[in-house]
Design a protein around this ligand. Structure first.
Ligand code: DLL
Length: 444
């Protein structure tokens, strides 16, 4: 019988108990920030705020926000609260331009982060008897080492494959008896397609589940991965500034992601007014680290758009749940004045029975924004008549217009012709200002 939870007592604690833990940790965190990070001392001074003004988690809203720009302005180590002798790890989130965001961890921080990842694995049904195949990239990106350390803490057997060489991944899945696969959802799709290409029946693979995250993915994409790999596909969320994968995770109820709120306290705010929003309302997700030593961020604006619910989940966990992030306030495309999230485009594609292998290209022609959505045909559709493909193109064009409120050129392309990704999928080519970014994470 697999264990229900990694840390039963805290994951099912009463709300009162959780609030007591959160309050005690916040008070300590605020002191750490004020005493050890000149950036926060200056912010507190400007607000006329002292650590002693924070008595409980209810005082959170008195605290200043922190942004990615603040991290960049203090590059690389300016917001760290500990001396180098206490640091045991550095990570960074990659960028296509500009400076990376550099983050650091003490031994204790790595332990808390690993615990988040271990909780995610257990929530997906993983046990210490399982083999965990990690195909997230290892390196400055937190995916590989995050799931690696989480699986090791659980006592499972880690297979640290990293990403790339997809046929070899499939061979390892088969030969090494991998029970759980950890990678981005787009790479899971690619691995699933490769399984099919290699003529392997996915049901013959030992694989039982997958822990997929690092980019937004729709419920339909989950179904597709589950079909391709004959597994349960679980979501895991995180961001390097807070703790890499394991900040939140979904359980067997698949009804939102449980936030490890004993370490990372979430809020939803209106991105324009910064006013706190109640349960159920979508806005920008903000996290305050309440158990972190090296980089104790206060009210960090993630730019991810989500909503919270404090209702107890049917799985019994009491941790607040966040809705699947539906995009970012900064990956939102504005096409002829209309806000478009790449995840909405994906949703429409899947609704039309097409494959979630797509790319969105935005250009400016004669001062007008033009959006082209390229979608790969499945092998079955590829062999359809030209007129059937024309009908599918027209249907998709109409569906895009009615859902997004803006028209898009549709190009259905041959199977396996769009670039595949071993990490986060590059979904958007915005040629208007010549930047290229990932769904879910604008890389600057
Ligand atoms: O992507 C950490 C991670 C690794 C999470 C492996 C899950 C699995 P960053 O590179 O700093 O960290 O990117 C963080 O990715 O703000 C979101 O926009 C996006 N993101 C991460 N997980 C999810 C998810 C890692 N499950 C940024 N769903 C975040 C949607 C996600 N978006």
């Amino acid at each position: 019988m697999p264990q229900d939870r990694y840390f039963q007592q805290i994951e099912t604690a009463s709300r009162d108990y959780l609030r007591a833990v959160q309050s005690a940790r916040l008070i300590q965190m605020v002191r750490n920030c004020y005493e050890n990070v000149p950036f926060y001392k200056a912010k507190f001074d400007a607000l006329g705020l002292l650590p002693g003004d924070i008595h409980s988690i209810d005082d959170l809203q008195k605290l200043p926000f922190t942004t990615k720009q603040d991290l960049r302005d203090n590059y690389p180590y300016g917001l760290f609260a500990v001396s180098p002798d206490r640091l045991v790890r550095i990570h960074a989130s990659s960028g296509t331009t500009g400076k990376q965001t550099v983050v650091g961890y003490t031994q204790e921080d790595v332990l808390h982060w690993s615990e988040g990842a271990a909780r995610a694995l257990v929530a997906a049904g993983c046990t210490k008897n399982d083999y965990v195949h990690v195909s997230y990239g290892y390196g400055l990106f937190t995916g590989g080492l995050g799931l690696h350390d989480g699986a090791a803490l659980l006592g499972a057997t880690v297979i640290p494959v990293s990403s790339g060489n997809t046929k070899r991944q499939v061979q390892i899945l088969q030969d090494f008896h991998s029970d759980f696969l950890c990678c981005t959802p787009s790479y899971a799709m690619f691995i699933g397609e490769t399984v099919a290409e290699m003529g392997i029946d996915p049901k013959t693979l030992p694989l039982r589940g997958g822990i997929f995250g690092a980019e937004p993915w729709t419920p339909n994409m989950r179904k597709e991965i589950e079909r391709l790999l004959a597994i349960d596909a679980h979501d895991i969320y995180g961001l390097s500034e807070i703790a890499g994968p394991g900040v939140s995770y979904d359980c067997m109820a698949f009804d939102g992601l449980h936030v490890c709120e004993d370490y990372f306290y979430p809020e939803i705010v209106d991105p324009d007014t910064l006013r706190s929003l109640p349960d159920g309302e979508y806005g920008e997700l903000v996290f305050t680290c309440i158990g972190k030593e090296a980089l104790p961020l206060l009210r960090y604006r993630t730019r991810d758009i989500s909503a919270l619910t404090h209702e107890t989940c049917s799985c019994g966990r009491t941790f607040v749940r966040m809705h699947k992030p539906r995009g970012r306030s900064d990956d939102m495309l504005i096409i002829r004045g209309v806000n478009v999230f790449p995840s909405q485009v994906e949703h429409v594609i899947l609704e039309q029975g097409l494959e979630p292998n797509y790319q969105i290209i935005v250009e400016r022609v004669d001062n007008l924004d033009v959006m082209t959505v390229m979608v790969e045909l499945s092998d079955a559709m590829f062999s359809d008549s030209v007129s059937a493909i024309e009908v599918a193109t027209a249907r998709l064009r109409n569906a895009m217009l009615s859902t997004l409120g803006v028209s898009a050129n549709i190009r259905l392309v041959d199977p396996r012709t769009l670039p595949r990704s071993e990490g986060k999928a590059v979904r958007v080519l915005d040629k208007r200002n010549v930047t290229e970014y990932h769904v879910g994470a604008k890389k600057e």
